[in-house]
Design a protein around this ligand. Structure first.
Ligand code: TXA
Ligand code: MG
Length: 310
């Protein structure tokens, strides 16, 4: 308990000085900085090697502070009451007098916001007088980080501090829903779309592969393990690592399990760390067996699909 307090204090100390700190969330680790500070936000882009025209998600403790920065609508309230804090990001209209750094949004009039559930992230936000801009803690286009060691692998000593919150519970990024007009999913993620539709009592639009990209998570080259990956494979070719979600009778050294009991949530949680491990084990190619396209399985398939475009 004492060390938690002192770690939060340490993170706050760096953030207050406009440095970036990696923080754990229930989805993936974030690379956080003061969303009101141009200096801190510019540092995030630089560290990630992220194009400045790719806007960031801003993280709030609850709705109170958000009201200062965004216009709130009924659809948002319904979803907020049901799913926040949790793995869903909302795109809302930015207020004219908001203090959000213009670098967060690339001068756009909309803002992506989220209320993270991880206890350390929440404790940290409670101690700050500003919200945190935080993209996933990885170099642009690479795999997101789901544990302390992944963040170190990505950034080494380039970042001041990583708040260690163990392995992320969900393991894939938040679902993003655009609420500027008709509710539209722009990124599959940790929250099942059917749950959103149940609350709204209607179907939502899905635009995760637009010609004109508004969320670069929509770009094909994204979530890449850095080696070729093949999806819907029945069996591996020579020299390929083979990713499975259900235990096989006979298993070989190149067989890697996302889950041994065909559990999609467990598979999502293991996805990025398994891809990292396979690469470290020296494989140069990956084959993945077909994964059920239901619930969070849709998110897993979305990420694998994009990774296969490498
Ligand atoms: O789970 C998550 O969402 C994690 C944790 C750290 O919160 N964050 C995350 O951030 O995945 P990032 O930056 O890696 O992905 C955010 C996506 C990007 O594809 C970005 O283009 C899109 O959100 N985005 C941000 N602001 C937007 C906006 N105003 N309109 C449309 N898309 C936006
Ligand atoms: Mg990302």
């Amino acid at each position: 308990m004492k060390s938690i307090q002192s770690n939060i204090k340490k993170a706050k100390k760096y953030l207050d000085k406009n440095h970036c700190v990696a923080v754990p969330s229930e989805t993936v680790y974030g690379l956080a900085g003061n969303a009101y500070s141009d200096l801190a936000v510019k540092k995030i882009f630089k560290l990630k090697k992220r194009p400045m025209n790719n806007p960031l998600i801003v993280h709030y403790l609850d709705i109170n502070k958000l009201r200062e920065d965004c216009h709130i609508n009924d659809t948002f309230m319904k979803l907020y009451n049901k799913f926040s804090p949790g793995p869903v990001t909302f795109i809302l209209k930015l207020k004219k007098d908001s203090k959000i750094s213009k670098f967060v949004t690339n001068n756009q009039k909309s803002l992506a916001i989220r209320f993270p559930k991880h206890i350390l992230f929440r404790k940290l936000l409670k101690n700050l007088s500003y919200p945190l801009a935080a993209p996933s803690a990885n170099i642009s286009t690479r795999l997101s980080s789901v544990q302390h060691s992944d963040v170190i692998e990505e950034f080494g000593s380039k970042i001041k501090y990583v708040l260690n919150g163990g392995k992320c519970q969900i393991g894939v990024e938040s679902t993003i829903i655009n609420l500027l007009s008709k509710p539209t999913i722009v990124r599959f993620g940790g929250l099942d779309i059917s749950k959103i539709e149940k609350v709204l009592k209607k179907k939502v639009l899905i635009r995760t592969n637009l010609k004109k990209k508004i969320a670069p998570g929509q770009f094909s080259l994204h979530y890449s393990p850095g080696i070729p990956l093949r999806i819907n494979a029945k069996k591996p070719k020579k020299n390929e690592a083979f990713i499975l979600t259900k235990k096989r009778k006979t298993t070989f050294r190149n067989y890697y399990y996302l889950s041994k009991k065909n559990d999609l949530h467990q598979s999502a949680k293991n996805l990025y760390s398994l891809l990292r491990k396979i690469k470290k084990d020296g494989y140069e190619m990956i084959a993945v067996e077909k994964i059920k396209n239901k619930g969070i399985g849709k998110t897993i398939n979305d990420r694998l699909n994009r990774a296969s475009k490498y």
